[in-house]
Design a protein around this ligand. Structure first.
Ligand code: FE2
Length: 388
């Protein structure tokens, strides 16, 4: 796979306009208007609405003189039929701009709706790389989790409910126009969700740094994101202190910038089928798989994992490359335990009898193609068993 261009010698770096800081959500109406919108489809979920952020966003849209319709039928691991419901509302209300206020699920759903707004057909037709050919309507995102990076990425992950697989839609055309990153929005998130989504951000950064498409524009963001997660995730998941939440939002942003341009790897390839078959939260799936896959990946990118060790903990800097790299899985195990996430797939109800089916899906996931090594089905099965 080359997500960037048909020419494998070319590299690219694409990010949206980013506004960061308390009160950034207040820009949402101005941004939607500045991008030419008059009638907004606001995509969100019931939890974000209950926290009060949808009412605030609507107030800003009203102040900017815009009309709006709200689509909030979105769940974790968003489904194909929800994209279909969203596009019907978009068309019925004659919307011309989309804003997403939420975590990865509303943002991925908003991207799916945006694809169908200008490309027509069914969402399944866009599974794969760069199949979205027509420009999408303006898309403004305000993330409410410090994890997915969907607000700065060219990915959308949508569940195909008939085939029971997660579809990866990867297209330069679906990059949002603006990301409004407002740390106030993290304060209403549960500690468990801060932990789970924070591990998603860490997984993005680790996979981007060892990706076969990593390059000097993505590396500094990936490493800095890892450093910030090492410094802030424990405190964010324990007490939601403002400095730790700010640090995690920047970590999420930089990890998103890195993975959107360098793509991902085997951890996400193995995590996606767990979401499709068991509806396991994406961040939790990544956290459980991360140490097991890192142990397997280690030999294919040893010096890169030594860099990751140094970013996670300065104490490893005096060690040789191998010793530093080999410390990474233990550091990850300790972090996962400290923030109270499960560490075994069996705790999440994964049935060992499903491992062959999970491995079959993981092997063909597009994220596997940029892993430092492309694993056989038998090797993937062994990684699932290592995490069981
Ligand atoms: Fe992810």
């Amino acid at each position: 796979m080359n997500a960037m261009t048909a020419n494998e010698d070319l590299l690219k770096f694409e990010i949206p306009e980013v506004v960061f800081g308390r009160g950034a959500l207040g820009q949402i109406g101005d941004c939607a208007g500045r991008l030419g919108g008059e009638r907004v489809l606001l995509v969100t979920d019931p939890g974000v609405a209950a926290a009060g952020w949808v009412d605030e966003a609507i107030g800003h849209l009203r102040d900017a003189g815009l009309d709006w319709a709200v689509f909030d039928n979105v769940v974790t691991n968003p489904r194909d039929f929800q994209v279909e419901q969203g596009i019907q509302l978009y068309r019925r209300k004659r919307c011309d701009v989309i804003v997403a206020v939420g975590g990865g699920s509303p943002i991925d759903t908003a991207k799916g709706i945006a694809i169908l707004a200008s490309n027509h057909g069914a969402i399944h037709e866009y599974e794969g790389c760069n199949l979205v050919t027509q420009p999408i309507p303006p898309l403004v995102c305000a993330p409410t989790t410090a994890g997915t990076g969907a607000d700065v990425s060219q990915f959308s992950i949508i569940a195909d409910t008939r085939r029971k697989v997660k579809m990866t839609l990867l297209s330069r055309a679906i990059m949002p126009d603006v990301s409004l990153i407002d740390p106030r929005l993290l304060t209403t998130l549960s500690l468990e969700m801060i932990a789970a989504t924070g591990m998603d951000a860490l997984t993005h950064a680790v996979e981007a740094y060892v990706s076969s498409l990593a390059w000097p524009m993505t590396d500094p963001h990936a490493l800095h994101a890892i450093e910030l997660v090492g410094r802030h995730l424990r405190e964010a998941a324990r007490a939601k202190s403002p400095a730790a939440l700010d640090g995690m939002f920047i970590a999420c942003l930089e990890a998103g910038i890195a993975f959107s341009n360098a793509i991902l790897g085997a951890i996400h390839a193995l995590a996606h089928p767990l979401g499709a078959l068991y509806d396991i939260h994406h961040g939790v799936a990544n956290a459980v798989l991360l140490p097991a896959v890192v142990r397997k990946n280690m030999g294919y990118a040893l010096s890169r994992f030594a860099d990751i060790a140094h970013a996670l903990s300065p104490e490893t800097r005096g060690r040789g490359v191998r010793a530093a790299a080999e410390a990474v899985p233990e550091m990850l195990d300790a972090l996962i335990a400290d923030i109270g996430l499960p560490s075994r797939l069996s705790e999440l109800g994964v049935d060992p009898a499903d491992i062959p089916a999970l491995a079959e899906m993981a092997q063909v996931d597009p994220c596997m193609l940029t892993n430092p090594y492309c694993y056989s089905k038998a090797e993937i099965e062994s990684m699932y068993r290592d995490a069981l």
